[in-house]
Design a protein around this ligand. Structure first.
Ligand SMILES: [Zn+2]
Length: 232
């Protein structure tokens, strides 16, 4: 089969389901999943200089400043380019117009081009409901994501995969959730226009269930000729 390069950004409010879908697409297409949330959390738990700076922002529900995130992404893309790169999935970046500009320059320098920006949409009430019921596996090597409404663990508060205890992220608390949605509206929503003007936005209905949303994503990538058509 012909090798295609897919460089996509997952875009959408917190709770829209970006992370879950990005992970799914990454597994299915063996594409590196660059999740800024994880990059940041890893830097925090490793106690790196960038991590220590990021910590105070994350815990108060604020966005980590652009220059910090850009440095983390740069590092990751450079590492990926040293191995064989068939594309990447960006999840949680860019979040602001300056970040998008920085990414644009970064990709230009690396001679890379974006395939699409997948915009997963859902109403605010659904976002709040989903966010405050999200639980994560505390095993760093697993990182499974659960939702007490739509994706319950089989045993209460235990990971289905590795049986480790689940936890709620500090930035998923109700207080932090409202703060995140407000920050999103103020800083990230203008990005939608930015990418729409570049004709890169593909809207995905994020109110549907996980598999339906995923199928829609594959469908979009097929239309863009980024993945092979279904064999009939
Ligand atoms: Zn687990």
């Amino acid at each position: 089969m012909e090798e295609k390069i897919i460089n996509v950004i997952f875009f959408g409010a917190p709770g829209a389901g970006k992370g879950t879908q990005a992970k799914k697409l990454s597994n299915k297409l063996t594409l590196p999943h660059i999740d800024t949330g994880n990059l940041i959390r890893k830097a925090i738990s490793n106690g790196t200089e960038l991590g220590q700076k990021a910590k105070q922002f994350v815990e108060s529900g604020k966005l980590v400043p652009d220059d910090l995130i850009i440095d983390l992404i740069k590092e990751r893309l450079n590492t990926l380019l040293e191995s064989k790169l068939n594309g990447f999935i960006l999840d949680g970046f860019p979040r602001t117009v300056p970040q998008a500009d920085a990414l644009h320059r970064m990709l230009g320098d690396l001679a890379l081009k974006l395939t699409a920006v997948l915009n997963i949409t859902a109403p605010k009430s659904l976002l709040i409901e989903r966010l405050s019921s999200r639980r994560l596996c505390s095993n760093k090597n697993c990182g499974a994501i659960y939702n007490l409404i739509s994706h319950k663990p089989k045993v209460e508060n235990k990971c289905d995969i590795c049986n480790t205890e689940l936890y709620q992220r500090k930035d998923d608390s109700e207080e932090a959730t409202k703060e995140r949605l407000l920050e999103y509206q103020n800083k990230t929503a203008p990005l939608e226009k930015y990418y729409r003007d570049l004709n890169l936005i593909c809207d995905i209905d994020g109110t549907k269930n996980e598999n339906e949303v995923y199928n829609e994503i594959e469908q979009v990538l097929r239309i863009l000729n980024a993945i092979a058509p279904i064999q009939k």
